[in-house]
Design a protein around this ligand. Structure first.
Ligand SMILES: NC(=O)c1ccc[n+]([C@@H]2O[C@H](COP(=O)([O-])OP(=O)(O)OC[C@H]3O[C@@H](n4cnc5c(N)ncnc54)[C@H](OP(=O)(O)O)[C@@H]3O)[C@@H](O)[C@H]2O)c1
Length: 282
């Protein structure tokens, strides 16, 4: 049966430290706060020092946990070395790759190729490098978790957000592949397909449209509650209904079948993994 972590079992599986890449505000800030509320120390990564320090101080004053801030750009060449040297001495049990919002909608050829490539670096290159770094550590210790922030935009190609939707398809598919590979090693992996969420990044761009959007706290709480149960989580009933319509075949079955087929093709072992769907709660 899929694992279910709550209370002290969450801290036991995913403690002692959570690392949140893009963790100073928005959904990442909510992940950092909720991890602290569950008893984990938190290391948060972002580019701007002030929001990082502000959130770290707030977490330290509200919860009996340690905090660490890492000022780094996730698209920079040396970011893995920078993050590794800051966290190598910590007992990291949970890695969350959060940063990845699209900053605008525009036709692919009507925006600069640098803007498109920035999203690929942030939402494909960075999670690949950091998942390899932290995943290796988690597999060695035989327990832990990784969460990758995706979006409902991953469900289909999306005009005016062609690159964004494609990077989110990468994040979802990457999380599903790591979910089946690492579950037998004690490491729980999950992608989160969020819908419109009221975060600073989105309010800055489209204030009026995002004022009634979902609270980031609910996204983070729901994701942590679902971690260990299945490869994906979709926050919100309406978003779940939309995802279910576009993913009529249960994802757990699809991921297992695709993995078995690859294993058969290459004569490699691959055991099926049980799991719940993104809309199945306790
Ligand atoms: N908000 C929504 O409506 C929505 C909907 C669906 C999916 N999502 C997904 O949820 C995730 C979080 O979205 P969000 O709205 O909270 O905004 P976001 O802009 O993706 O994340 C904000 C956090 O990431 C940091 N960050 C951004 N770029 C960074 C970089 N290059 N290097 C290091 N840190 C960086 C920000 O701090 P600094 O700016 O100081 O670096 C801040 O801490 C994204 O992956 C997004 O695709 C969001």
């Amino acid at each position: 049966m899929p694992a279910h972590y709550s209370g002290t079992s969450f801290a036991k599986q995913f403690g002692a430290w959570a690392v949140v890449a893009g963790g100073s505000d928005g959904i990442g800030g909510a992940f950092a706060k909720d991890a602290a509320a569950r008893g984990l120390n938190v290391a948060i990564i972002a580019r701007r020092a002030e929001p990082l320090e502000k959130l770290a101080n707030r977490i330290a004053s509200e919860y009996a946990v340690e905090t660490l801030t890492i000022q780094a750009d996730l698209t920079s060449q040396d970011m893995v070395a920078q993050i590794a040297s800051a966290t190598d001495d910590l007992d990291v049990g949970l890695f969350v790759h959060n940063a990845g919002s699209s900053l605008h909608a525009a036709g692919f050829l009507d925006q600069s190729v640098e803007d498109a490539n920035f999203l690929v670096e942030l939402s494909c290159r960075a999670p690949t490098l950091l998942a390899h770094h932290f995943g290796t550590r988690l597999r060695t210790r035989g327990r832990g978790g990784m969460i990758f922030m995706s979006s409902l935009a991953c469900l289909a190609g999306n005009g005016l957000q062609a690159t964004y939707a494609a990077t989110k398809a990468f994040d979802t598919s990457f999380a599903e592949g790591l979910w089946i590979e690492l579950a037998p090693q004690g490491v729980d992996v999950m992608g989160v397909l969020a819908g419109a969420t009221r975060t600073e990044t989105m309010l800055d761009q489209k204030a009026s449209k995002f004022e009634d959007a979902m609270d980031p706290t609910l996204v983070a709480q729901g994701a942590f509650d679902h971690l260990g149960k299945g490869p994906n989580w979709v926050p919100g009933d309406e978003n779940q209904a939309a995802a279910k319509g576009l993913w009529p075949i249960p994802r757990v079955a699809v991921v297992n079948a695709m993995s078995q087929s690859t294993a058969a093709l290459f004569d490699l072992p691959m055991k099926p993994v049980e799991g719940r769907e993104f809309h199945e709660n306790d």
